[in-house]
Design a protein around this ligand. Sequence first.
Ligand code: SF4
Length: 374
Amino acid sequence: MKLAVYVHIPFCKKKCVYCDFYSVASEDFEEYLSLVFEEIELYRDVLKESEIETVYFGGGTPSLVPPSFLEKILEKLKEVSKKFSPLETTIEVNPESVDREKLRSYRKMGINRISLGVQSCDDGVLKKCGRLYDEKMLKEKAELVLAEFDNVNFDFILGLPGETDETLEKNLHFLEEFTPQHVSLYFLEVDENTPLYSLLKKNLLTLPDSDEVERRHDVFVEFLKSRGFERYEISNFARPERESRHNLFYWRNHDYLGFGPSAGGHLGRFRYTNVSDLSMYAKMVKEKTFPYDYQHKNTEEEEALEILFMGLRTKEGVELKRVERLMFLVEKLQKEYACYVKVKDGKIFLSEEGMDLSKKIFEDLIEWYREAEK
Ligand code: SF4
C-alpha cells in the first residue's frame, strides 16, 4: 500500500493572531519525540505493509526543533515500514527559526522540499499579525532557502489586517527577486478561537475590504501565471513538475497517516483526527490507545463525496468512475454550472473561473446532496 505521512510538530515561539493550528509554547522536544514514536508503534501493522511515498513535517513550527529530532522520526519510519524511499520529504520553516546549518542538516537527512511561511512581505502586516520577522529577515532567509534547495514553496495569505495595494506590490516584487518553484496563496479565514477574532470584535483591528482582497487575489494569480506557474489546485501554483506530491495524495483521496496532536489520517474508508491537546495525546499514546478525537468509517457514498470534493479542487479533476454513485450530483453540477465545469477523458474538473467560484459550488453540492438524502 502506498502511503503519505504527515508529522505534526506542535511548537511555536508565539501564537500568530490569525492562527487556529494546534501548537504550544513548550520546548520539551525530547518528550514529544518519544510520544510520536509511541504513536508510530500503534500503526506498526499498517506501516509494515506500506510504501511511504511522501513525508511532511508541518506545524506548529518544525524549524524550531533540532534537526536530529526530525532525523530520528525519519529513521523510525524507515525501520517500521515495508519500503521507505520517499519521493518528496517536506518541512515547513519560518524565517526566524531557520538558518543555513539547519537547512544543510535537512538536506543531509533526505528532506528535499522546503515550505517557507512568508504570509506577507509588508512589515506593517507582519507586525499586526504577530509574526516574528520583518521584510529584511524574510529576504535573507528566502535567499538562503533558495540557495540550498531547488524545490521550495512560499506560503502567502491574502486579506490580513493592514493589507493594502502596497502590500501586493511588495509581495510581487519579492517574488520577482526570489522566485520559488511553488506558491500557495490562501485567503485569510477568521476562526472564532483565534486572538484575531477577539481583536476584530473589540475593534482593535480591522480587515481589508473583501472586494479589494478579491481584486488583489486576481492580480496575484495573473502575475504567477505570467511567470510560468500553473494553477494546479484552487490555492496552489507550481512550476512544471513541482506540484506538491504530498498534497496530491490528499486531493486524490489516497491513504495517509497523520501523527501528533490534531493530525488527521485516512486509510481506505476510515478517517480519524487526533485530539488537539498535548497532555491528552501523551496520556493516550502512553496507554497504547489511538489518540483519536474523531473516527469514522465512510459509507461508499460518503467516500465518493469526499473524492468528488477533493478532486474538484484540482486542475486534473476526478475520474468519473470513482464517483459513479453520485452521478445525480455530477449531472446537476454540469447542468447548474455548465460554464464552469468540464468533462474530458473520463474526468470532471472545474475551469479556472470555476475554481474562483468554488466556495459557492461546494456549498451548492452539499445542499443538493443533503436534499437527496431526505
Ligand atoms: S501561523 Fe504558524 S507560526 Fe504562527 S502560530 Fe500558527 S503554526 Fe505557529
